[in-house]
Design a protein around this ligand. Structure first.
Ligand code: AMP
Length: 403
């Protein structure tokens, strides 16, 4: 790495998409952002915005067969603006990797052994790790000399005490199959909890925070003095809160029941609970905007779905309050958390005895900035902090390669 190399390309490779951002860590500025969608289909789409040049979004449609072709197309778009992968200013590529298992608790420079270990984790993250691996291999082929860093979604939760991470099942069976609670969205929980401490004018070590990451996927975490002590997702992202399409917590016997009584296969139940449940399963919509619109029109199914969503959220706020003992802030983030004022209002309604309240005026303000929405008298701060997983991945990547 040269002294002037301060740029980090962040890659988030999904099964049929690649999201990317190029950031300059000298000042945290975003130089380019983009997305390749529907990889492997006829109508793939690449949307690229070169923020550094002030240029508008460029969109191209047409078949992109695989991740390699996709990344090459991204590289060409970046080159067109003088931001190519061959730039000496590029310090590293940071990859979002969903599952790091027990082994990876820190961002890690990827070598052959690391990649092998990420592959070994595929059975516990069959939907995510294979795509992440493909992204890494492709980027390595394009720039074999450049450090590639894996930043794991599970890492921030690795500080959970054993009593929070273990399921109460037979220990031998659990250990033989690596069955335990890992947690996800860790990069977001890490960023948002740290940013919340800054908003309160405190060091992360001084504050206890409940983070509510409410996007299409959703998770809560209890963060004590900067360390995660509990989180709502488990072995997989299915556990915990009601999500856009996932059920969240459910009696595991429901699965045996569906198998025995409805004759459903494991794959069908997996699909039901991950893709056809949550808000979508309850009311036919998984977008909170649409659900609120339907509620305003008097739609009872949408109203019940909303109430179930809020009830679960409240239970986690209460649970993590008890886990932490003292709470300094409850913070909302991600698509729903940042934008849906009615969700924030309903989630803390009636919790005044716990020191929690939302100021209606502050809650109604729309902003991209971290902000407090609790009234001055409230004992516990309620905050909205926009998440920035790409910035956090870039920050962790750069810290590692520039150390
Ligand atoms: P994410 O996974 O963080 O990108 O969040 C996506 C979700 O955020 C969408 O499915 C919507 O439910 C929700 N969302 C986005 N914008 C709004 C908004 N203005 N009001 C309510 N919900 C929103």
């Amino acid at each position: 790495m040269t002294a002037t190399a301060t740029r980090v390309l962040v890659l988030n490779s999904g099964s049929s998409s690649v999201k990317y951002q190029l950031l300059d860590m000298a000042d945290g500025r975003r130089l380019a952002v983009g997305l390749v969608e529907r990889i492997g289909e006829e109508n793939s789409r690449l949307a690229h915005t070169p923020l550094a040049t002030g240029g508008g979004k460029r969109e191209t449609e047409g078949a992109i067969a695989d991740h390699e072709t996709a990344l090459k197309a991204v590289a060409a778009e970046l080159s067109a603006d003088g931001l190519g992968l061959d730039s000496p200013q590029l310090a590293a590529i940071g990859h979002r990797v969903v599952h790091g298992g027990l082994r990876f608790t820190e961002p890690t420079v990827i070598d052959a052994a690391v990649l092998k270990e990420i592959e070994r984790l595929v059975p516990v993250a069959p939907l995510h790790n294979p795509a992440n691996i493909t992204g890494i291999r492709t980027a390595q082929a394009l720039r074999p000399d450049l450090p590639q860093v894996a930043v794991f979604d599970t890492a921030f939760h690795s500080t959970m005490p054993e009593y929070a991470a273990r399921y109460a099942i037979d220990v031998e069976t659990a250990d033989a199959h690596r069955v335990r609670r890992y947690g996800f969205h860790g990069t977001s929980h890490a960023y948002v909890s740290r940013r919340t401490a800054a908003l309160l004018g405190k060091d992360p070590s001084e504050v206890n925070v409940i983070v509510l990451h409410l996007g299409n996927g959703a998770s809560a975490s209890a963060v004590a003095g900067g360390r995660c002590v509990d989180t709502s997702m488990g072995l997989t992202p299915l556990e915990g809160l009601v999500m856009g399409t996932r059920s969240g917590d459910i009696d595991p016997a429901v699965t045996f029941h569906l198998k025995r009584v409805a004759g459903m296969s494991a794959d069908e139940i997996d699909e039901l609970l991950n893709k056809k449940s949550g808000l979508l399963g309850l009311c036919g919509d998984n977008d909170m905007r649409e659900i609120r619109r339907r509620i305003d029109e008097g739609d009872e199914r949408a109203a019940l779905a909303f109430d179930i969503y809020i009830h679960r959220l409240k239970k986690y706020i209460g649970a993590y309050y008890a886990v932490l003992g003292r709470v300094d802030a409850v913070v909302f983030t991600a698509g729903v958390g940042e934008n849906a004022a009615p969700v924030r209002e309903a989630a803390v309604a009636g919790l005044e005895e716990l020191g929690l309240a939302v100021d209606a005026g502050l809650n109604a303000v729309r902003s991209d900035e971290p902000r407090l929405i609790s009234p001055e008298y409230a004992r516990v701060a309620v905050a909205v902090v926009p998440t920035d997983e790409e910035l956090e991945i870039a920050r962790q990547t750069y810290a590692l390669v520039s150390a």
